[in-house]
Design a protein around this ligand. Structure first.
Ligand code: MN
Ligand code: MN
Length: 292
């Protein structure tokens, strides 16, 4: 089924009131497994929104086959932050490490950087530019978008891209419905949907920075921040087994609509304290695939 823009796309809270009438919603209690993963399963360990606070983490990151970080690993995408994160992720034991960007990775978004440089020429107020531009930060500290993978040498960075691991298909994308003046912002509706149309239909594990509507997207203000068309794309076309995201820190946890498992893996809570435990799941190896 072809997904089109929902009439309430700009009012996700109201959209969910309508859409949720025909939806199942379960909250799942997921604990970190104490036993090692079975030979015929792949263990995924998910985190998100660590915001350059990895050194304040009090838990050990559980071992597994695949580590996923769903974006916002920095505060504002500065070079030193990216270097520090790359060093940290390099020390993790997982064989595969998958990372996407979030709205805080300012320097990863070409459009944001271009707009910033334009604004920088003409104005010295720069009110609505987060952190950057406010004296302390300097665009010279940014990571050049062409060099992202050089800086993130200890992991695989996905930006509107797929990867296959042990026969399991993953796809990662950083975009979200506009949220203040940050990176990877798109207008709700057609602009967002155009990015979701790029997601292949055979993805098993989808990684986005934004939550879809109705799952892990309830902000503490009572407003739903998720994307309506992302939910529809995920439920009607892509149908992944798992959808991993972050962004709305207070939405941390695991839910399901009875078919797809939705994981908000935000490590930081609403107060930017990195206390939420990683979320771990084991997925059976596809037929004929091995981990060796
Ligand atoms: Mn965040
Ligand atoms: Mn975010």
């Amino acid at each position: 089924m072809d997904v089109t823009v929902h009439s309430l796309t700009n009012n996700p809270t109201q959209a969910w009131k309508e859409i949720s009438k025909g939806q199942k919603l379960f909250k799942l209690n997921v604990k970190i497994p104490t036993k090692p993963v079975d030979a015929d399963k792949v263990r995924f360990v998910c985190m998100s929104d660590t915001h350059s606070l990895i050194h304040n983490i009090k838990f050990d990151v559980p071992d597994g086959d695949v580590f996923i970080h769903a974006g916002d690993f920095t505060k504002c995408g500065q070079r030193t932050e990216v270097e520090e994160f790359n060093k940290w992720i390099g020390g993790l034991p997982h064989k595969h490490k998958i990372v996407i960007g979030g709205n805080h990775e300012l320097s990863f978004d070409k459009k944001f950087i271009t707009a910033f440089k334009e604004k920088d020429k003409g104005s010295d107020t720069e009110d609505d530019i987060p952190n950057y531009g406010k004296k302390s930060a300097n665009i010279g500290d940014a990571v050049n978008t062409a060099d992202i993978t050089k800086f993130l040498s200890n992991c695989t960075y996905l930006q509107d891209e797929s990867i296959e691991i042990f026969g399991i298909k993953l796809y990662g994308t950083p975009w979200q419905p506009a949220f203040g003046n940050w990176a990877f912002n798109l207008e709700r509706g057609e602009e967002c949907l155009a990015k979701w149309r790029l997601i292949p239909s055979n993805v098993d594990v989808l990684i986005t920075h934004t939550p879809p509507l109705g799952h892990g997207d309830l902000a503490c203000s009572g407003v739903r921040a998720g994307c309506v068309e992302l939910l529809q794309t995920v439920q009607t076309r892509v149908k992944p087994k798992y959808h991993v995201f972050g962004h709305i820190h207070e939405g941390y946890g695991v839910t399901s609509d009875g078919k797809i498992i939705f994981i908000n893996a935000s490590t930081c809570n609403i107060n930017y304290v990195p206390d939420n435990l990683p979320i771990v799941f084991d997925m059976p190896l596809p037929k004929g695939c091995t981990k060796v």
